[in-house]
Design a protein around this ligand. Structure first.
Ligand code: SF4
Length: 574
């Protein structure tokens, strides 16, 4: 028999049976997120001694994404409820036990669709599904609603129409292919196991007994996954992968809760950037001079395994010698140079004596600001004339193309069209006057995504370029990604973001709080998103921040092509 759960002020706690020794081998209830999180985070999340340790401030962009996801779910729920009114049951908000009881009541009456349900916790699991769909032969399969893209153009996905969210309506889709989203698969497997424990799942041999559905950001179909399909390395099924991870994470959490030797130690991974435990882990890693401070992820694990556990040990290796282990992401000599740079507190070093950066007579630095997935509200440009300004030229300096209506808004099409028209005219004028032209950004992924996305979303509206025109621009050598230049020609011991590299070029932002995360908060105030009147001071702050970003990219490329860059040590000399 599993231990019941009670809810105390939003926290779920396990209630021990008298015969169970407290704190010994009683599973710690995990939600689906634990399955894809860093193992050390699972440890710290369940270690009673960690409660008083310092944590990073909440990430405002994460809070924003959560709020956006909630809105997305609510809109989807309202749409489906209206379309499927007859068999629809909504479990309303409230304390977890009340919601769990309402879910059980809807299941007991064999409701075809249960929205917002909380499943009975089992020994070690808890969770809820946006939608439970009853199969014709009885039993429920889960459907989750997420706010990220789950398919790409292509073929091979199995989907059903959005307003027919049941697996019997699904079939091969010749317009979509599945985009890999491991966290969705883990959550579906988690819910599948919870439904089985509750006795609410379809019989094992029933058709569609092992499927789960996902409704993504585009919300134009339900994508169905067979949880027994071998999507994982080695041909493992989603359920097999889930079971292995669940056993591992449960053991980590139990060890943490009971004070047993920790089963997970800190090691820097991509997730650290947004993890609340980073202050704790950073201090531990620094104290141990841990190798992951310089080489993160799997490479750190591989180096530790062959006896290179510290930055000092890595720095002492011969960069021209045989690597102790094959590193897939970076040349071995670079990794050793990074370790040496780290030990000398050098944030940036050169890999080569001279850095090739394309320059032109007419140069434009471009930076786009977006608000989550909702839209790109600002395209900022900084134009300069290294080849000499001519009469009739657009004045050198910064210019912004913005919409201050909260995105999403059709006014975004107007500002994007104005930006594109200005850029095209500037290029055309350079060509007509026999001058070369180049445009620069820092990390083209975001700009390219919104260039293409804007052409797609606003196709046919005044001034909006054809998608092919945007694709041709992106493919041209005159569109220069300075991040790629930095990546190719520099080694950066503390990261390669613009905020890291621009100070090496002598650039400083006017606003000490400038950053992508803060800009989200400023934007909400700037457009009056939370009901208050629009805050004009925050608009000015955003424009200043954007103007500084394009000034920073210009400073970086001018520095890279000047003699000043020679003051940076060469990696080979370290
Ligand atoms: S800071 Fe990094 S290592 Fe530490 S718990 Fe978070 S993700 Fe894991």
């Amino acid at each position: 028999m599993s231990d019941p759960l009670i809810t105390l002020g939003g926290m779920t706690a396990t209630v021990h049976h008298p015969e169970t020794p407290p704190g010994r081998s009683v599973p710690v209830p995990l939600d689906a997120a634990a399955l894809t999180r860093c193992r050390r985070r699972v440890h710290l999340d369940h270690d009673p001694a960690a409660v008083s340790l310092p944590r990073a401030l909440p990430d405002p962009s994460l809070e924003q994404r959560r709020a956006d996801a909630l809105t997305h779910r609510e809109e989807l729920g309202a749409l489906l409820a209206a379309a499927l009114a007859e068999g629809w049951r909504t479990v309303g908000p409230g304390p977890t036990p009340v919601r769990a009881a309402a879910t059980a009541a809807a299941v007991a009456e064999a409701a075809p669709f249960v929205w917002g349900g909380v499943l009975p916790a089992d020994a070690g699991r808890r969770g809820g599904a946006e939608l439970l769909v009853r199969l014709p032969g009885g039993g429920y399969v889960p459907v989750i609603v997420v706010r990220h893209r789950i398919t790409d153009p292509g073929t091979g996905a199995v989907t059903s129409p959005l307003l027919r969210p049941w697996p019997g309506a699904a079939g091969p889709d010749d317009t979509r292919r599945v985009r890999s989203q491991p966290r969705d698969l883990m959550r579906l497997a988690h819910l599948h196991r919870l439904l089985r424990s509750a006795g609410w799942a379809p019989p094992d041999g029933a058709r569609h007994a092992h499927v789960g559905g996902v409704i993504g950001l585009d919300a134009d179909a339900v994508l169905w996954h067979d949880l027994r399909a071998g999507h994982w390395p080695g041909g493992r099924s989603t359920l097999a992968e889930y079971d292995a991870r669940f056993a591992d994470r449960s053991a980590v959490a139990l060890a943490a809760r009971t004070g047993a030797p920790a089963l997970a130690e800190p090691s820097r991974v991509t997730e650290c950037r947004r993890c609340p435990w980073w202050p704790v882990c950073e201090s531990e890693l620094a104290g141990a001079d841990d190798i992951s401070l310089v080489v993160r992820g799997e490479a750190a694990v591989a180096l530790r395994e062959v006896g290179v556990p510290t930055v000092a040990a890595l720095a002492a290796l011969d960069p021209g010698g045989e690597p102790p282990v094959a590193l897939l992401t970076q040349p071995f000599a670079d990794v050793v140079a990074l370790a040496r740079a780290w030990r000398r507190d050098l944030p940036v070093v050169r890999r080569v004596p001279r850095v090739p950066v394309p320059r032109a007579d007419v140069e434009v630095d471009i930076d786009m600001e977006s608000f989550g997935e909702s839209g790109a509200y600002l395209w900022g440009v900084l134009i300069g004339y290294p080849g000499g300004e001519r009469p009739g030229d657009e004045p050198a300096g910064y210019r912004a193309f913005a919409t201050w209506e909260p995105v999403p808004t059709p006014d975004e099409a107007r500002s994007f069209a104005e930006f594109w028209g200005w850029l095209s005219a500037t290029r055309a004028r350079a060509a007509a006057t026999g001058r070369t032209f180049a445009a620069y950004c820092y990390n083209e992924q975001a700009e390219n995504r919104w260039l293409l996305g804007s052409a797609q979303r606003f196709a046919g509206m005044p001034g909006i370029p054809a998608q092919s025109e945007v694709e041709a621009f992106i493919a041209e050598p005159l569109w220069v990604d300075l991040f790629a230049v930095v990546n190719d020609w520099f080694l950066c011991a503390h990261g390669k973001g613009l905020k890291r590299i621009a100070p090496a070029a002598g650039f400083a932002w006017r606003d000490a709080e400038a950053g992508g995360e803060n800009s989200m908060r400023w934007y909400r105030d700037a457009v009056g998103m939370d009901g208050a009147p629009p805050d004009l001071a925050q608009r000015r702050r955003l424009l200043e921040y954007n103007a500084d970003d394009v000034a920073a990219t210009r400073a970086v490329r001018e520095w890279m092509t000047s003699r000043a860059v020679e003051q940076l040590p060469l990696a080979a000399d370290l």
